[in-house]
Design a binder for this molecule. Structure first.
Ligand code: TPP
Length: 642
């Protein structure tokens, strides 16, 4: 294709070992080609662009110095792994990134031996690298062998507790391992917190009096052939042997800060540590998110995530939307509630834009808290706010709330504190794949005593659920809503608190009742339409609450119909399981009710569009229709005839 970049050196690389034949000067050229190839690929697929562009040189340097896959390169979050995938036998599939049956947008063990550890949630890399290092020293055995472990972690991901837990342990165990702190002064939004300020200070000031001598020392540690290149790097090795950083206090040797876009610095430093390290080493690398692509560098989020785009102009190709996004509806509703009640405040864990809380923060800056990538802290912080008489909306994606689960149980639920959990990205989310699926929240919340758990069936319902949560002070309450745009329903003027534990009947019918929890309701309605054409008129109900259940409504649906089918965008153990428990407890099955529960299947579903993934899950309108026919014994008659 003519609009593909010219990549003569990259064309000679199939696997990292091929880099060993290149001179340092060629590696510099190769980096330019790798950057161009990354931009070109992501322009066709969309995805995480800025983070990958920031680590192009680092990727080349690590792969040319270390021996992957024997050495274990572990990318934290791993949204920056596209250049790595291009260098590790996957260039031929790089333009399938994040698509159905294509490459994952993250590292994935099942995809390649060059991905020794999968990720997508942040701050796990140091723990995993330490595990590999200890496994190596204990004689662990894996097909590729066990060499060095190298974790690459961003400054945003360094804000999470897990990273410190891992460093604390690594400093104690004193195993040889490498942590490369990729400091681009960005998370998705600008990073927040004291640690971020501390990292900036490490290079904004000039705290190292003796760095020239220290750098010379580093050069003399190197084997002869590498000394020349290292001399050029010496000015940057400011931190050598200084000993004062937090990381050194934790037991790491600290090297840096160095320019992460300059291979003449990266290569000698990595060669040095590879040749000499005996314990844990932290290399502090300064990079620029979005480096080398103007539109990414200029973007507010530095090109963190992008739709497909035009390489020349940077213009993104997005389908026009007809309805407001759920996230936007949530944010507007919360702002409206906060205007009436000055106790309402909001907490996000490093996702102000993704959760819409950036809008809330613009309006109520003193009542909005970005705690960094720190979901555990965010939940307990919210619990503290609630204990102090505030009305916190702890706003997280379903998948990231998983990290704060003990805090939900121990700090919120047991103390019955009125924390409002606004759970975005509920259900299957699309191109981010299994790691980001919001599949488990209903199951893990609805089993907690005294928790109220709601799911919005459409964007108008979401407005009412925000109002319900704002008004509810008796204990924890959660409401979930999906990614993407709403159903396009008429919006209410203002949110009205719902009666706790009450569902609603959408349509009265006969024989079969379809009881929906969440936004599958629109698929249920489509299925009902198709069924009506076949002479079956199902009753449709929207449960609204998985906890407390609307016992009265559910028991009367069960009593008045031959069959009852629940459907929800979640794993087994959620709404349908609670309905089954109720029906069992009440002896309804003894009377012969035909009951089915449609939940996500017991597999992790790979990336694809949400509709495709729900097709894999068997939860689209046609599946609901088939389920009804089957349960009423009609499908089998049809099948016999055919
Ligand atoms: C536990 C968890 N919370 C939130 C996120 C969402 N998230 C993805 S990347 C990212 C920012 C990471 O910043 P940093 O580590 O500095 O890497 P950069 O993108 O700047 O390279 C966040 C918050 C996540 N992946 N995992």
């Amino acid at each position: 294709m003519t609009d593909r970049p010219d990549t003569p050196l990259l064309d000679r690389v199939n696997r990292p070992a091929d880099l060993k034949n290149f001179s340092d000067a060629e590696l510099v050229k190769l980096s330019h080609e790798l950057r161009a190839e990354t931009i070109s690929a992501v322009s066709e697929t969309g995805g995480h662009l800025g983070a990958g562009l920031g680590v192009v040189e680092l990727t080349v340097a690590i792969h040319s110095v270390f021996d992957t896959p024997k050495d274990k390169l572990i990318w934290d979050v791993s949204h920056q792994c596209y250049p790595h995938k291009i260098l590790t036998e996957r260039r031929d599939r790089i333009r399938t990134l994040r698509m159905k049956d294509g490459l994952s947008g993250f590292t994935k063990r099942s995809e390649s031996p060059y991905d020794p550890f999968g990720a997508a949630h942040s701050s796990t890399s140091i723990s995993a690298a330490l595990g590999f290092s200890v496994a190596r020293d204990l004689g662990g055995n894996v097909p590729e062998g066990l060499g060095d472990a190298i974790a690459v972690i961003g400054d945003g991901s360094m804000s999470a507790g897990m990273a410190y837990e891992a460093m604390n342990n690594a400093g104690h165990l004193k195993k040889r391992m490498f942590v490369i702190l990729n400091d681009n002064e960005m998370s998705i939004a600008p990073p927040v917190g004291a640690m971020s300020t501390y990292l900036s200070r490490l290079y904004a000031e000039e705290p190292f009096q003796d760095f020239k001598a220290a750098a010379k020392g580093a050069v003399s540690m190197l084997p002869g052939p590498f000394r020349e290149g290292a001399k050029r790097a010496k000015d940057m090795l400011k931190g050598m042997a200084v000993g004062g950083t937090l990381f050194e206090q934790l037991g790491f040797s600290y090297l840096g800060p160095i320019d992460g876009h300059d291979l003449n610095q990266l290569l000698p430093v990595l060669r040095t540590v590879k040749a000499r390290a005996t314990g844990p080493v932290l290399i502090h690398v300064i990079t620029k998110k979005g480096k080398g692509y103007g539109p990414a560098e200029a973007a507010r989020d530095k090109g963190h995530a992008t739709a497909k785009f035009n390489v020349l102009t940077g213009e993104q190709k997005k389908a026009p939307s007809n309805a407001p996004s759920y996230t936007r509806v949530f944010a507007d509703s919360l702002i409206a509630e906060a205007a009436k009640d000055d106790k309402i405040c909001a907490v996000t864990a490093a996702m102000p834009d993704g959760t819409g809380l950036n809008l809330f923060a613009e309006r109520y800056p003193s009542r909005c808290f970005d705690v960094g990538i720190a979901e555990q802290h965010g939940v307990t912080f919210s619990a503290g706010l609630a204990a102090g008489g505030m009305k916190p909306f702890c706003t997280m994606y379903s998948t990231f709330l998983q990290r704060g689960y003990d805090q939900v149980v121990h700090d919120v639920a047991i103390q019955r504190l009125p924390v409002r959990f606004a759970i975005d990205r509920a259900g299957l989310v699309g191109a981010d794949g299994a790691t980001h699926a919001g599949a488990f929240d209903v199951a893990f919340l609805a089993n907690l005593p005294d928790f109220v758990v709601m799911a919005a069936a459409d964007e108008a319902e979401l407005v009412h659920m925000v109002a319900t949560a704002a008004a509810y002070d008796d204990g924890p309450i959660a409401f979930r809503f999906p990614r993407g745009e709403g159903a396009g329903v008429t919006m209410p003027e203002r949110g009205e608190p719902l009666e706790i534990g009450k569902g609603r009947i959408i349509a009265e019918g006969k024989r079969v009742a379809l009881l929906s929890f969440g936004t599958r309701l629109s698929e249920v309605e489509k299925a009902a339409e198709a069924l009506r054409a076949k002479g079956i008129t199902p009753t449709i109900a929207d449960a609204r609450f998985a906890k407390p259940l609307d016992r009265e409504m559910i028991l009367s649906l069960a009593a008045d119909h031959e069959a009852l089918i629940t459907i929800e965008e979640g794993a087994v153990g959620g709404f349908g399981s609670h309905v089954a428990q109720l029906l069992a407890d009440e002896g309804v099955f003894d009377a012969g009710l035909k009951y089915r529960s449609m939940v996500l299947p017991d597999i992790f579903i790979d990336q694809a569009s949400p509709a495709d993934r729900y097709a894999v899950a068997g939860m689209n309108a046609e599946h609901i229709e088939a389920k009804v026919l089957d349960v009423l014994g009609i499908a089998s008659i049809g099948a016999q005839r055919a």
